[in-house]
Design a protein around this ligand. Structure first.
Ligand code: NAD
Ligand code: TDX
Length: 339
């Protein structure tokens, strides 16, 4: 089996490459990544010398390049993680989200169709369903929940999903889609809530909590997400969407307080800042389909997973300090200077 993983130098794609390279020594894993600000080859150090792993630098939206690559490599499976992934950046600059997330997906679909890929898997998000009200804890996103996006990011991801499903219906391309809740774990880029708060708390810097901190996210350890995608690409039914989530809802404030407690830092570091425009209130996934059809079960609950993640950031300061010393620190100053 030859598997193309796009976006494998990012957070979840990088963890997925580790998972696949180690679990399937007989597979060839090709990691295609443009190495944008979010792509970091240091994440691949543990696997870079393995014989079943190869890295290729390139843009999923570059059609001639992608067509050449598919002709040469004859992939069996494509797993598309490559995306612009940060909601706040999509509010600042929506254009690149359409370019990468929509146009890039379309190019990968056409290449998969032309070169007879046996499975195209799209890594999507629960954000395509919009949000749920805080006063209805009985409500969850199912695969039947209507698409109802809030941000340019989620709109671009939803558009991509619709193209994927159209290529199944119109052209018979064997596709699957996973829609996962918020991930956390090793190699998470420190612009996102959890790694941002860990790295800033360690430096005794203010922790910017948007609005009143009551927004709820449903956290899943990245290795449980990787396991779900592994199951779906091997055993999932084509043309189907699978929700992925582990029933670990927390308010943002609870998450930040947990991090502060674990690091023995004071709550006075918390600074309430201007809310994110269009800020989704609550995400909550119903993963029943994945559990009953494919036997998926998450291994981590949030308390053990977050403790392990905090320890990983303590043990791997070099990894995130390299990032913070670069382009990201300018971006942070621009975002929070204004709030
Ligand atoms: P990330 O930003 O950490 O990584 C994205 C990767 O894609 C980077 O390595 C980047 O260099 C690469 N990339 C960007 N544009 C590219 C292009 N044009 N061509 C090739 N590579 C390109 O993102 P992540 O958090 O790992 O998310 C991965 C995927 O999972 C995304 O599709 C995202 O929408 C989805 N997702 C993320 C979460 C989450 O909590 N992080 C939850 C559900 C779904
Ligand atoms: O500094 C911050 N302060 C803050 O209060 C940041 C960066 C975030 N937040 C809040 C906003 C959200 O309610 O924390 C919550 C989580 O924010 P993000 O880490 O930006 O994640 P979110 O917007 O929920 O989106 C994530 O989950 C779904 C990923 O970034 C997406 O790629 C994925 O699809």
């Amino acid at each position: 089996m030859k598997v193309l993983v796009t976006g494998g130098a990012g957070f979840i794609g990088g963890n997925f490459v580790h998972h696949m390279v180690n679990k399937y020594p007989d597979y060839e894993i090709v990691n295609l990544d443009l190495l944008t600000y979010a792509g970091n080859l240091e994440t691949l150090k543990p696997v870079e010398d393995k014989p079943n792993y190869k890295f290729v630098k390139g843009d999923i939206a570059d059609e001639p390049f992608i067509m050449d690559l598919f002709e040469k490599e004859k992939f069996d499976i494509v797993v598309n993680f490559a995306a612009e992934s940060h909601v706040d950046r999509s509010i600042e600059d929506p254009g690149i989200f359409v370019q990468t997330n929509v146009m890039g997906t379309r190019v990968l679909l056409d290449a998969s169709k032309k070169y007879g890929v046996k499975r195209y898997h799209q890594v999507s998000t629960d954000e395509v369903y919009g949000d749920l009200p805080l006063d209805r804890p009985d409500l969850f996103f199912t695969e039947e929940t209507p698409i109802h996006t809030s941000s340019p990011y989620s709109s671009s991801k939803a558009s991509a999903d619709l193209f994927v499903l159209a290529y199944y219906r119109t052209f018979g391309l064997p596709v699957t889609i996973s829609r996962c809740s918020n991930n956390y774990g090793p190699y998470h880029f420190p612009e996102k809530l959890i790694p941002l708060m860990i790295s800033r708390a360690l430096a005794d810097e203010e922790l910017p909590v948007y609005g009143n901190g009551e927004n709820v996210r449903d956290w899943l350890h990245v290795s449980d997400h990787c396991e779900a995608i592994d199951l779906i690409i091997h055993n999932g039914r084509v043309g189907e969407v699978y929700n992925v989530g582990g029933h670990n809802e927390r308010t943002n404030l609870q998450v930040v307080q947990t991090i502060l407690k674990a690091l023995n830092k004071p709550e006075s570091l918390i600074k309430y800042v201007k809310d994110r425009p269009g800020h989704d209130m609550r995400y909550a996934i119903d993963p029943t389909k994945l559990e009953t059809e494919l036997g998926w079960k998450p291994k981590y609950n949030f308390d053990t997973g977050i403790a392990q993640t905090i320890q990983w950031y303590l043990d791997n300061e070099d990894w995130w300090k390299h990032i913070l010393s670069g382009e990201y620190s300018n971006y942070f100053d621009k975002m929070y200077g204004e709030r």
